[in-house]
Design a protein around this ligand. Structure first.
Ligand SMILES: CC(C)(COP(=O)(O)OP(=O)(O)OC[C@H]1O[C@@H](n2cnc3c(N)ncnc32)[C@H](O)[C@@H]1OP(=O)(O)O)[C@@H](O)C(=O)NCCC(=O)NCCS
Length: 176
């Protein structure tokens, strides 16, 4: 399957994509803006291990390469929540630095959000950005998410305590 949206496609990750994933993910500027589970340097082994992990249960697909003309330019994933949170999914994403600032993340978030509301029995999709990650926050806003809460001193990244911002969209409010 492939999700086409305004010139980009989301294609479910496959184990054969490990080298392309490692190539785009091996960037400190990306690692600095996501959870510590995302390493820097990001090796081929890191890519293979992550793909092994997510591909255990990826039907219906939840983790996608963001592609343009078949070239992998980023990654976007939908993480299903469990227990009392099971009507939510969390969305997470990054883009190869060569492709920043072109509106691609915004399109990918819109495409993944539409897909998630179509495919899963959920009412809310959310994302968590570090408060100083203006690019991510802006992309989420442009994709129809609204700032729901700022969680004060919620995270520690590279030894620095920061706020994080929860952005969400509800099924009934989503227009794409
Ligand atoms: C965050 C990220 C996905 C954004 O991808 P992108 O394709 O460049 O995003 P878009 O082009 O769709 O939108 C970014 C918006 O933020 C704006 N922006 C980016 N950095 C900015 C800054 N420092 N100050 C003000 N605006 C900024 C851009 O101008 C653009 O807004 P505009 O279209 O109104 O001009 C990408 O930078 C990335 O992968 N970062 C590292 C990983 C990461 O942060 N992932 C998200 C974790 S929650």
């Amino acid at each position: 399957m492939e999700i086409f949206f305004e010139g980009i496609s989301l294609i479910p990750w496959a184990i054969s994509d490990a080298s392309e994933l490692a190539l785009i993910a091996n960037n400190k500027k990306i690692a600095d803006n996501v959870r510590d589970a995302f390493p820097f340097p990001y090796s081929l082994k890191n890519a293979q291990d992550w793909l092994d992990l997510i591909l255990v249960e990826n039907d219906p697909p939840r983790f996608f390469a963001i592609t343009i003309d078949k070239q992998v330019v980023g990654s976007i994933g939908i993480v299903s929540k469990t227990d009392i949170y099971r009507k939510n999914v969390e969305i997470g994403f990054f883009l190869s630095e060569n492709f920043w600032g072109k509106g691609i993340a915004t399109k990918a978030i819109k495409a993944a959000t539409s897909y998630a509301f179509r495919e899963f029995d959920i009412g809310r999709i959310y994302a968590e950005s570090f408060s100083d990650n203006i690019g991510s926050r802006r992309a989420l806003e442009k994709a129809g998410f609204t700032l729901e809460a700022t969680l004060k001193r919620n995270i520690i990244k590279n030894g620095i305590i920061k706020d994080s911002c929860i952005y969400s969209v509800l099924r009934e409010d989503y227009k794409y």
